[in-house]
Design a protein around this ligand. Sequence first.
Ligand SMILES: N[C@@H](CCC(=O)N[C@@H](CS)C(=O)NCC(=O)O)C(=O)O
Length: 205
Amino acid sequence: MKLYYAPGACSLAPHIVACEAGLNLDLEKVDLGAHKTESGRDYMTINPKGYVPALEFGAGEVLTEASAVMQYLADQAPGAGLVPAQGTPERYRVLEWIGFISTELHKGFGPLWNPSTPDAVRQATIDRLRQRFAFVEESLAKGPYLAGERFTVADAYAFTILNWTKIHKVSLADYPRIRAFMDRVAARPKVQDALRQEGLLGNAA
Ligand SMILES: N[C@@H](CCC(=O)N[C@@H](CS)C(=O)NCC(=O)O)C(=O)O
């Protein structure tokens, strides 16, 4: 299996999942601006949507969308407990988190990546993100991880996206449980492995 990634992008979430699951994964970096992979391939021929992550698996199949890629990887190693079993209420709780992280947090950061976003929109974006952070903060009162006692794909995803607060200088000072969560996840040895492999240790954890 090969994961196409960009350092620190949302592709870090499936990368963490693969490390936590103990899966054998090849990595290929993508230059998102040039749509070129590290080995010189046109990335648009791999994922016509042009974004990461993309996972090559099976007989030349490519799976995209972080939420699907993470679940696929986690399902390859059920013993690792990164997603609860299909059909259980716990699985739907994790899916609920993935939906929230994808649409409210991941895409919630969208305007902050665009240098031409006007200041007022930038501020409104941060205000909305802060409302979402408040919900995460409340939820973390119930346990060390989003779905409770156990680290799941939702935590890999939330950690990856919330790490962008450093890049965009969005303060987490009002969210002590989120800060503790970020430290807790960053300290996991497999998360350290993923960060190291992406060249992020020292500025991302
Ligand atoms: N819907 C996609 C969005 C992925 C996405 O936003 N990827 C970003 C990095 S975090 C990207 O590659 N952006 C470059 C682009 O859109 O051209 C998913 O959930 O996987």
